[in-house]
Design a protein around this ligand. Sequence first.
Ligand code: MN
Length: 713
Amino acid sequence: MLRITDILDKTQSYLTAEELEMIKKAYIYSATVHQGQVRLSGEPYLTHPMEVAGILADMKMDAATIISGLLHDTVEDTLSTAEQVESEFGKDVAFLVNGLTKLSLISFGSQEERQAENFRKMILAMSSDIRILLVRLADRIHNMRTLQYQPPDKRIYIARETIDVYAPLANRLGINWMRTELEDLSFQYLSPEAYNELSMRVVKSNESRNRYTEEVKKIIYTELEKFNIKGEVEGRAKHLYGIYKKMHEQHINFDEVYDLIAFRIILDTDKEKGCYETLSVVHSLWKPVPGRFKDYIAMPKANNYQSLHTTVIGPYGERLEIQIRTRAMHEWAEKGIAAHWRYKEGRAYKDGEENQIKKLREVLEIQQEIKNPKEFMSDLKLALFPEEVYVFTPHGDVKSFPKGATPIDFAYSIHTDVGNQCIGAKVNRNIVPLKYKLQNGDRVEIITQAGHHPSKDWLKNVVTTRAISKIRNWINAEEKKSSITLGRDLLEKEFKRHNLKFSNYVKSDEIKKVFAEHSVTTLDDLISQVGFGRISPRQIVNHYLAKESVSVPEQIKEQVKKKATVSPPLGISLPGIDNVMVKFARCCNPIPGDKISGYISRGRGITVHTQICPHIKKLDADRIVDVEWNLSQKNAYPVHIKAVCDDSKGVLTEVSSVISSFDINISYAEVETTDMIASCNFIIDVNDLHQLNQILSAIRQLKFVKSVERMRQ
Ligand code: MN
């Protein structure tokens, strides 16, 4: 078991005496609060935080990080409180421990691979300080090293989470040793058979491989010496999961994996030039395999990994992979961000550390140029400058939202209906108001009620475009519904004022032209536009009035004739004659009050004309007889009148309403507009001449009316 003195030994070279004292104090605190707790292995619980702190000490992390390693499980698992930690160890440590406590509460429940990426982002976002993530990874390393004490189903679960979530995170931070260890440990539990077979084979070939490794190293050293290049040559077996993945991805078996050993030349120089010189030395020694050279110095990997990679045909005709890098590049490759990232209490950076921050910034900027959103640095940036929050669905899926999102945003992200019917939300099992701002790691549950609907106020509490547009859609649809009711009402009234029936017009093809005039596609749209007040009902009526004016005179004639012929009003008597067929002349349409005469036509009875009708004057005077009105009852007689008006809008309506005020039926109406003059034609059914004259004089009173007259042929 690791002892506190081991940790102090590891750290005394770079920490102050004060900091070492603080680490000792944290050790005593942790030992006290974890007192009596045991791990599944049977060891005292304290071994775990000690091991985690040891890993962090090996990584040369700062005092606050190592202390947080010692305390990372105290708030979650013991009676210790966040306040205590802060008063004993200060704000910085309390901040880290608090972040770790939050991280320990979330676990990756979803089995879906596509969700893993979101979960990784959630962890990054929750690691608002990169040291939180480093402690979390060290924690996971130790838990994986002791995974055999967990029950079998838990082993699989933890191993899967490790390989899907934590190993990729270590890779993104550039910490190669962590990634390979996490992968190999997970591999061991997830595919035990493949793992065992592979490790047996690797061990079997161990001895000859060692001989081979030494031989190749010697050749390289000799060659480097010739060119006076100083550096170190390593030959190390690839990690098992790396070999396994290669076999799977390239569909090859173990014997076909040539580069089980990766050779590495780590140069003493800091100059990139040295790497390229070394490369040419290697290539002059062994023939390079075409297409296998990779220049990660000119084009670093997304996690800032830099190196030259080449594959050559080695001394036995075998393939040989060689990596060439400077010492600084090697540091990064192994330790990643931990090699460059140091904090101090109070965030006051000492000289040199500012450079490290600058370097990280530079790295961030390089990443922006690369623009690979899936890669590490954009995620890291997220952690440093969080713009998104990540929350769980009740099923353990992870969803991301812009900062400031509320349960309403969440509800709409699930389904429009869930959003529309959302009446409340639970976060981590507690009821929250709908305007609650979601936090990283929240488990969100939406409460819905059928028939419930959104309100305009919601727009103030949502940030996602989806929620905004769905709420607007709903409100618009609602408004449209009521605008259709109103619009239809307005249109019906307006049409009626012109003695037209709106419903007759919507069925005609002509309505399509009206749509086009107003840029709408459906009748509902047209009607709702009227309801919204964007189109006046008059505009629509006018379309029909203007249209019909084109063929008016003919139509008017037809209508009048039809009326006169089809339903001849009675009320005519011929002195001394009975049972004679009587009809009104189509030319003059007599109405009661007109002086009339009858014309005896052969075989067609008597036709009644007005006495002033130009036609009758031309007829045979011998056959003209006197006729009289004999009105025992009121009848309605159609008559065509025409009013000529100044072209001001609404003339037709005004004239119509005057006519209507006499309780007179208008059976036809139209307006014809030319050169600022509007001619209104009506067929009205009057009782007699007296009434007609009353109407005509009433129309004459209208100030825009120039003339009004009864039309005859
Ligand atoms: Mn732990």
